[in-house]
Design a protein. Sequence first.
Length: 80
Amino acid sequence: MIDKSVSLANLHAGQWALVRRIAGQPDRVHRLEEFGLRGGIRIQMFRPGNPCILRMAAGKVCFRSDDLLRVFVEPDPVSG
């Protein structure tokens, strides 16, 4: 199986994706999971940039990526 995941930063406004994995320090990854951002959920890029705003089933989350915390997603080719 080919890994089609890319960095969250590659998504455009309005584009949907599936979160594949979150890499970083366990406490920081856990914090994102508390907000509902975890592997296997579907997200939509609401506002790209750093920080970006993501739309999820639970609402919106503002997220700032850095070298210590990275989100990898599989873009939905139909949405973007």
